[in-house]
Design a protein around this ligand. Structure first.
Ligand code: SF4
Ligand code: SF4
Ligand code: SF4
Length: 246
C-alpha cells in the first residue's frame, strides 16, 4: 500500500503547492510511483479524507479556518507545514501591525462588513506540526528531501545554521559592505542564499534558526552604522519579528 498524501491550502497565494508541480518530469513520476495523492485542489477534483500525510499551505487568518485545520490534524498521521505562510505566518502577518477592522477596510473598502478576519498566524499556533518545508516559495529539492525521509520513516535533515554560511560558500560579497541590511545571520539556511546570489538580500522567508544569535546581528548593525529599526522593518515582512519576540 502506498502512503496517501493530501495537500491543503489556507490563506496564501498557493505558490508553494504550485512549486511542487515544478519538479522535473522524472522526479514527479518517481513521486507518483511512491505515493497516492488523494487531495490536491490544483490538480484534481476528487477528494478523500483518508490520508496519511497532509501538506498544509497558508496561514490561518479567519475563524472558520481553525476547525478545518483541526480536522486535517485529526485525519492525518503526519502534518507538514508547507511554505513561509504555514511555517511562520508569512507575509499575511503584515496586517497584524494594523487593527483588524482597518486591515479589512484597506482591502475591501465599503464591502469590509461582509468579511471577517483575525490576526494571521502560522499553523502551529493552532495544531501540532510534525515537519516544516520552509521558504517563500519552498525549495522543491527540499520538499523532495522531506518526502523521501517521511517515506523511509526518518526525520528530514533541515539546515539549522544561518543563510550566511551558504552565502559565503556561494562567494557573494556581503551586502552589509554596501550599507544594506540583511537577515542572513539569523535566518535558517537551505535556499543556497538565492536572494543574495541574485543581487538582493535575505528577507527572512525561511524563519529563524533555532537559538538565533540576535546580539550578533545587532553587533553587525552597529559595525556598519545601521539601526535596529532598519532590521526590524525587514523582520516584519515574513513575521520573523514575532519569532524574535516569542
Ligand atoms: S509561502 Fe510565499 S509562495 Fe508559499 S503560499 Fe505563502 S506567499 Fe505563496
Ligand atoms: S549578504 Fe547577508 S547572508 Fe550574505 S553574508 Fe552578508 S549578512 Fe550573511
Ligand atoms: S535568502 Fe533569505 S529571503 Fe531569500 S530564499 Fe533564502 S531565506 Fe528566503
Amino acid at each position: 500500500m502506498k502512503p496517501k498524501v493530501a495537500f491543503f491550502d489556507f490563506t496564501c497565494c498557493e505558490g508553494c503547492q504550485l512549486d511542487t508541480l515544478n519538479l522535473t518530469g522524472e522526479e514527479l513520476v518517481d513521486l507518483l510511483k511512491a505515493v497516492d495523492i488523494v487531495n490536491f485542489r490544483e490538480v484534481k477534483t476528487e477528494r478523500d479524507n483518508n490520508y496519511d500525510i497532509a501538506f498544509v499551505e497558508g496561514s490561518i487568518s479567519r475563524e472558520s479556518e481553525i476547525p478545518r485545520l483541526q480536522q486535517i490534524r485529526d485525519y492525518a498521521k503526519v502534518v507538514v507545514a508547507l511554505g513561509a505562510c504555514a511555517c511562520i505566518g508569512g507575509i499575511n502577518c503584515l496586517k497584524n501591525h494594523l487593527p483588524m477592522d482597518e486591515a479589512l477596510r484597506m482591502v475591501y473598502a465599503e464591502d469590509a462588513k461582509y468579511y471577517d478576519t483575525i490576526p494571521a498566524r502560522p499553523i502551529d499556533a493552532v495544531i501540532s506540526v510534525d515537519f516544516y518545508v520552509r521558504g517563500c516559495p519552498i525549495d522543491t529539492a527540499e520538499f523532495l528531501k522531506v518526502v523521501k525521509a517521511l517515506l523511509l520513516d526518518k526525520k528530514p535533515e533541515i539546515p539549522n545554521y544561518p543563510v550566511c554560511v551558504e552565502c559565503k560558500m556561494a562567494g557573494n560579497v556581503c551586502v552589509f559592505e554596501k550599507g544594506i541590511t540583511c537577515l542572513g545571520p539569523v535566518i535558517r539556511a537551505g535556499c543556497n542564499a538565492i536572494c543574495v546570489s541574485s543581487g538582493r538580500y535575505c528577507w527572512g522567508c525561511r524563519g529563524l534558526v533555532d537559538d538565533p544569535n540576535i546580539a550578533s546581528q545587532k553587533d553587525i548593525l552597529e559595525k556598519y552604522g545601521l539601526t535596529v529599526e532598519q532590521v526590524i522593518e525587514k523582520f516584519k515582512i515574513y513575521n520573523t519579528v514575532a519569532e524574535v519576540t516569542k
